[in-house]
Design a protein around this ligand. Structure first.
Ligand SMILES: *Cc1c(COP(=O)(O)O)cnc(C)c1O
Length: 370
């Protein structure tokens, strides 16, 4: 008898590996592996979430209408060009499912967000990973890789896991070099953290071009990762396609009012941005002072390059930090074997992780094991 069979390309697929949250044998861990915002969500968002508890028997608003209106108002956008999702992962996934399939190509950076290659393979399309340039996307490399089969180009700007970014001129140059039937996806998950003045998230290009969509999230600086709320701003024809294939109730009932309250509390967002900038700079300066290679970051994490020689490698640092309960992200599978990604933590956590890395770089970390 025949057994059920998934598409063969799905059986080759390695599922997304999230940042570690626990280690066997260690009771208390400090999770700095998933770029969560330790500053926390707006108190108004938390209140709105709690208030929603009495309504949990109801389905949520299928159109996330209040949320789209609130986003449009705060960011000065057109609500009709916004679609909301269960995190921006939801929207990134839908874009690939709607526009790519077997025989099609999807382009992204080698060091880029893992959802792009995973979902590209999920639909049986071919992913083309372009080596990064100065840790950000390589515009010329991407343009050279475009073929007649290219359907989508993904740029996480700023980039995860490197923290680097492309300035607006480079984004415009990339767009200008793409055919009009190729969708440029500007994944601006970290837009709120950016302090560089020559950065723009992408709404300008959405207004002037039909093949651009910008994705955003409430998971990072708005600190609502657990609620899974994201959104995208794009050409009405693309938004229409996404509305056809998305789950009807994709943004959960408590998530909608919580995100509305979060986006309306720009004062809280600003405080959280200031906190992030201060500690991102502090971590960078302290780790550079140890002789480590830190990629200049525009996000809420930093990528730290370690020496190639034992006993100071990233792998050994990762083991040492893990033993001490500090969980960072090590991504050898993505070609980043000599780096660790560290999310900005609380002041106490930031000081402790720098102290541990200092101890590690100063010599015999084994000794502290006893
Ligand atoms: C975190 C992240 C996202 C999406 O997060 P959601 O929680 O699904 O909104 C998207 N892109 C990048 C580059 C990210 O780092």
């Amino acid at each position: 008898m025949a057994s059920p069979k998934a598409h063969e390309w799905i059986l080759d697929l390695a599922a997304y590996v999230p940042g570690r949250a626990k280690v066997d044998g260690i009771e208390k861990t400090v999770k700095l592996s998933s770029n969560e915002s330790v500053y926390g969500a707006s108190p108004h968002a938390i209140e709105a979430y709690k208030d929603a508890a009495d309504e949990l028997m109801r389905y949520p608003d299928a159109g996330s209408n209040e949320l789209r209106e609130a986003i449009a108002e705060v960011y000065n956008l057109d609500a009709d060009k916004i679609v909301c999702g269960a995190g921006s992962d939801d929207i990134l996934t839908l874009l690939i499912h709607a526009y790519a399939g077997p025989g099609d190509e999807v382009i992204y950076s080698q060091y880029g967000f893992m959802v792009y290659p995973i979902q590209t393979q999920a639909v049986g399309a071919t992913g083309i990973a372009i080596p990064n340039k100065n840790w950000a996307a390589d515009v010329d490399g991407i343009l050279e890789a475009v073929s007649e089969d290219t359907k989508l180009v993904f740029v996480d700007n700023p980039n995860n896991p490197t923290g680097a970014y492309l300035d607006w001129g480079e984004i415009e140059r990339l767009h200008a070099g793409l055919r009009s039937d190729i969708i440029l996806v500007l994944d601006a998950a970290y837009a709120e953290c950016v302090t560089a003045e020559d950065y723009h998230a992408g709404e300008k290009l959405v207004e002037s071009a039909e093949n651009v969509i910008m994705t955003r999230t409430f998971s990072k600086m708005y600190a609502l990762a657990g609620l899974r709320v994201g959104w995208a701003y794009g050409d009405p024809a693309i938004i229409d396609v996404l509305n056809r294939i998305r789950m009807p109730f994709n943004v959960c009932l408590p998530g909608q009012p919580a995100a509305v309250a979060a986006v309306k509390d720009q004062e809280h967002l600003k405080a959280s941005i200031d906190f992030n900038t201060e500690w991102r700079d502090w971590l960078t300066a302290n780790l550079v002072a140890l002789g480590l290679d830190v990629v200049p970051s525009q996000t809420n994490f930093i990528l730290i390059g370690f020496p190639e020689e034992a006993p100071f490698t990233a792998e050994l640092a990762y083991e040492f930090l893990t033993k001490n309960g500090f969980l960072l992200r090590w991504l050898p599978g993505q070609g980043l074997a000599s780096h660790l990604r560290l999310s900005v933590g609380t002041p106490e956590q930031n000081r402790a992780v720098v102290n541990l890395i200092t101890e590690f770089m100063n010599g015999s970390p084994e000794a502290s094991d006893e």
